[in-house]
Design a protein. Structure first.
Length: 558
């Protein structure tokens, strides 16, 4: 394998993948901005609100004031994300509000300016970030006041918090220019949860992707560093409606880990060849008797890969000693060959995962986005058959995402551990799986805290639950039990399906082995990889079929 050629192709494919995600996220952010501004317009365009406000401005009275407050409260109650609506007069003084906040000092003066057009941005209320929107209230071309809405920002944050397809170090985020022209992060960062509306990157750091995005550079970048100073591959987009920058990036070290693995295997092969060459040189220097000639021939056979060659122990003591050493070497080479074959098989999975992600992820994202857009634009005219077809496409996309998630686990090593109750992970795992009506799931009555990577342990539980559903063929019982034994926690997934053959049972956690007509044979390998990363182990037995996940309770892992 040509290392530099492979490096070039991996960079090219990764940038294409990042650009596809960035393009989709830009469209989703723009769509969310449009929806929020449309909802803002639906409030400012209410005729009764503007008529009552005009009458109140000319003659302040309780009747018109009550009408205004009733309309504002009705608007807040009708839109889930809305927390408060405030009306400011032309001098910037607060006149009406739904009174959810004791003070509105967190709202900047420029937002409540009477000449401000439709406006949307993030602010911090002192506790949590909020999305603030404002627009003038106009009647007969006369500006009456400014209406400000304080909303929960999840409609935008949910877009950038999705790390699907971005491995263990990839992420996406938004930023805007502050008063000094520097980049202020609007969304939380994967490696800095407190960065939102706090962390600033100087505009002079032109090699940081978010600075390039705010400079309206929509491109892919190879030689850049992120906010941590870590080398990354990145793709940037510019959100013109709000003057925001969007970046999708991933660490170079994660992208090139497969190539590092290839180098390690190659180094091992070179070491084996060096040993064989050394033995051959010794034999050539002592080619003075028939036993040495026989050993020379045997060593050549070994060098060609024929490890079944027999070593004859005869001749002088020195020759017998040499032959014994060669026999020992042959035995060790056989063991090394088995290890290399096993490692090569795992490398094949890594290489396959890289190719599969590149080949499937981009079209999969396109499919998901197109389904979303088509359903949105035609939701009022779609027939039941059309809706059913869209649902089938969504299910197929989810199945492909499951395969890709399993493959990503095999090449990822980094974990984000936290203390969490296992019942929360089990509940979330069950919600992620479609449970057939005739399958009964018995959840554990016990509960324990565990220090782990919740996302990865959820992948294990989801795979084991899906495996159990397939084992009972859509009708049966699945029981999840938890028991504590000394410093370990045992989580059993028991199903009422038939026992597995012994030859399948012994190879169940090997890569690319599957007993089903569908699938890649990677889900159980992913489970084993994740559990071992946590310092635990996973076992399986029959009568009844039981998968046991054994995890350490303490947090001594580095």
């Amino acid at each position: 394998m040509n290392y530099h050629a492979s490096q070039f192709h991996i960079i090219e494919d990764t940038l294409d993948h990042l650009n596809a995600i960035a393009t989709i996220q830009k469209e989703r952010v723009n769509d969310s901005i449009d929806r929020n501004l449309e909802r803002l317009q639906s409030v400012t365009s209410r005729t009764q609100l503007r008529l009552s406000l005009d009458a109140y401005n000319q003659n302040p009275n309780e009747i018109d004031g009550d009408k205004i407050r009733h309309i504002l409260n009705d608007a807040v109650a009708s839109i889930v994300d809305y927390e408060e609506i405030i009306i400011y007069d032309l001098n910037g003084n607060e006149k009406f509000s739904t009174m959810n906040y004791a003070s509105h000092n967190f709202i900047p003066d420029d937002i409540i300016s009477s000449d401000q057009d439709n406006f949307l941005n993030f602010v911090h209320d002192g506790i949590n970030p909020k999305l603030v929107m404002s627009a003038p209230l106009i009647l007969d071309e006369k500006i009456l006041a400014t209406l400000v809405i304080v909303a929960i920002p999840d409609s935008i944050l949910d877009i950038t918090s999705d790390h699907t397809g971005l491995g263990l170090t990839g992420e996406s985020f938004l930023a805007q220019r502050n008063a000094d022209g520097d980049a202020l992060f609007l969304t939380p960062l994967r490696f800095d949860s407190n960065a939102q509306l706090n962390k600033v990157i100087s505009s002079e750091q032109s090699n940081v992707p978010i600075i390039r995005a705010l400079s309206k550079q929509e491109s892919n970048f190879i030689d850049t560093v992120d906010y941590r100073g870590v080398e990354v591959l990145s793709s940037s987009k510019y959100i013109e409606k709000t003057d925001w920058g969007l970046v999708v990036k991933i660490d170079k070290s994660e992208i090139f880990q497969n190539l590092t693995y290839v180098q390690l295997i190659s180094a091992g092969n070179v070491f084996v060849v060096a040993i064989i060459s050394l033995i051959l040189s010794i034999l050539f220097s002592r080619n003075i008797s028939s036993p040495i000639i026989a050993l020379r021939k045997a060593t050549k056979d070994i060098a060609k890969g024929n490890l079944e060659t027999k070593i004859t122990l005869n001749g002088p003591d020195e020759i017998i000693g040499l032959a014994s050493d060669i026999q020992t070497m042959k035995t060790e080479l056989e063991k090394a060959e088995n290890r290399i074959i096993k490692n090569a098989k795992m490398y094949a999975v890594s290489e396959f995962s890289s190719r599969l992600i590149n080949e499937l992820k981009n079209p999969l994202d396109v499919i998901s986005t197109l389904v979303y857009l088509i359903k949105k634009r035609n939701q009022n005219i779609l027939s039941d058959k059309d809706k059913e077809d869209f649902e089938r496409v969504s299910i197929a996309s989810d199945k492909l995402k499951d395969h890709i998630d399993n493959l990503l686990v095999l090449v990822g090593k980094t974990m984000k551990k936290e203390k969490i109750l296992l019942s929360k992970i089990i509940t979330k795992s069950l919600k992620s799986v479609i449970i057939p009506d005739k399958v009964i799931v018995n959840k554990p009555t016990e509960d324990y805290e565990l220090v782990c990577d919740p996302h990865k342990i959820e992948i294990v539980f989801v795979n084991l639950i899906k495996n159990a559903i397939q084992a009972v063929n859509g009708e049966g019982t699945i029981t999840i039990k938890m028991t504590k034994e000394k410093s370990y926690l045992n989580i059993d997934f028991i199903n009422s399906g038939p026992d597995m053959p012994d030859d399948v049972l012994s190879k169940l956690f090997e890569p690319l082995l599957t007993t089903k007509q569908e699938g890649l044979g990677l889900s159980l390998v992913s489970c084993k990889t994740i559990v071992e990363q946590h310092g635990g182990k996973i076992t399986v037995k029959n009568d009844p079929t039981t998968f046991s996940v054994i995890l350490p309770l303490d947090d001594n892992l580095s």
